[in-house]
Each structure stands twice: as C-alpha cells, then as structure tokens.
Design a protein around this ligand. Structure first.
Ligand code: ADE
Length: 233
C-alpha cells in the first residue's frame, strides 16, 4: 500500500491502462473487462483489475498533469511491480493533419517541464516511449484497421496560456499537446519499465471542432479497443 493506492500486493496486473479521468477507468472496467474488481478508491482515483479476452489487465486513472501521473505511475512501477503502462488520454491538436477523434501514438514527447530534472537530474527535454510497445500498438492498429497517427507530443505544465506566449511547441515539431506523457516516459525510463501514450484528439488549435465532456467520456471506443488489444499481446 502507498499513501495514494490501497491495493494489496498482487491486486494489480503487470499491464495497466491509464486514462486521465478516473471515471473513464470505471467506464472501461464496466464495459470491457470481465470480473473487474476495484482495487483503489483513495481520492476517487479508481483502479480496477479484470480480464480482457482472458488476459489480466488493470485500468487506473492518472489524474491531470505531470505531478499526478508522476505519483501514480511511480508507485505502480515500484511498489506494485507493474511492467508496462499505456496512457490513454486526450490531446489538443496543433497539426492540421489531426482532427477531432483522430488517434495519435507518441513516438516522443517534448517538454520544458522540470519534472525529469527535479526527479533524477535528467536534463533531457525529450523523452521516449518503449519502442517495442509502440511497435505493438502500431501493428495492432493495422490489424484492427484503426487509423493511427504517429508523432511528437508537447507535454505541457500549463493548460491556460496568456495570449501571445510562445510555448515552444512549434520549434520542437509537436503535433499535439497533453500534460502527462513526459513524466510517465521518464518514470518508465528510471525504473527500467515500459510506457506508451495514445491520445484521442479532443480539441484542435487549427479547426473549430470542440467535443463535449459526455462525448469525451464515451466516444473513445477505438482508442480503448486498440490499447486493450495491444495490452494482451
Ligand atoms: N488535453 C486535451 N486538450 C488539451 C489541451 N488543449 N492542452 C493540454 N492538454 C490537453
């Protein structure tokens, strides 16, 4: 047990899917997992373990931002011996190639965040997912006929920027912005575990294509299916 997770040893599967929203974790458990059992309710950061087509899989909310996913993913890797985490989140599209509900798998993420440096002295501003896990996700998308964009994410500490601020993402060729992958990839790196990040485009900086919270909670079926099928490989 940790201050943030009441799960007992063995209650969490070696692979965990992490949406930002704990209610989405509940939704996935209720709609996709057989025999799902809730292992965490601390701070309502719900976590469940069940089986998907016979494979034991856990799903747990990460909360928003790097400090939050930093805590939960670190504890999953170290206390609960989790081997791989696939973040299944949302992102805001910078690229005109991305439209609402498109799915992007990160091949890297850039961040000006101090998370990695503060945590371990790692000064790199680009972090990477596990290459094999990313490859598995790409192959799975092809098999399922799910269109998948691959590219770099901007992992931001800020959601609301002041007008006129250059956040640096354009200079670093980022296709979209979210707020968690940099800390997740870094934690996987220092613990010698695996991580990947899938995001559904929930909003666009190019097109007028906002989604409602209801759509955000229920309309990520392709991404969930892709993550679940990749997780059982
Ligand atoms: N996640 C989804 N949309 C986002 C945005 N516009 N900025 C940061 N994170 C996001």
């Amino acid at each position: 047990m940790t201050p943030h997770n009441q799960a007992q040893p063995g209650e969490i599967a070696p692979i965990v899917l992490m949406p930002g929203d704990p209610l989405r974790a509940k939704y996935i458990a209720e709609h996709y997992l057989d025999d799902a059992v809730c292992f965490n309710t601390v701070r309502n950061m719900f976590g469940y373990t069940g089986t998907y087509k016979g494979t034991r899989i856990s799903v747990m909310g990460s909360g928003m931002g790097m400090p939050s996913i930093g805590i939960y993913s670190y504890e999953l890797y170290t206390t609960y011996h989790v081997e791989a985490i696939i973040r299944i989140g949302s992102c805001g599209a910078y690229s005109p190639d991305l439209h609402t509900f498109d799915i992007l798998a990160a091949d890297s993420c850039w961040s000006p965040s101090t998370y990695a440096q503060a945590q371990s002295g790692d000064t790199r501003d680009i972090q990477y997912p596990d290459q094999n896990l990313l490859h598995t996700i790409e192959m799975t998308a092809q098999q399922l006929n799910i269109p998948l964009h691959i590219g770099r994410l901007h992992s931001s500490d800020v959601f609301y920027y002041e007008e006129g601020i250059n956040n640096g993402a354009a200079e670093h060729n980022c296709m979209a912005v979210e707020m968690e992958s940099f800390a997740l990839f870094h934690n996987a790196d220092i613990t010698h575990k695996k991580a990947a990040c899938l995001c559904t485009v929930s909003d666009s900086f190019v097109y007028d294509e906002d989604t409602t919270p209801q759509q955000r909670e229920t309309s990520f079926q392709d991404m969930m299916k892709l993550a679940l099928e990749a997780a059982r490989k």
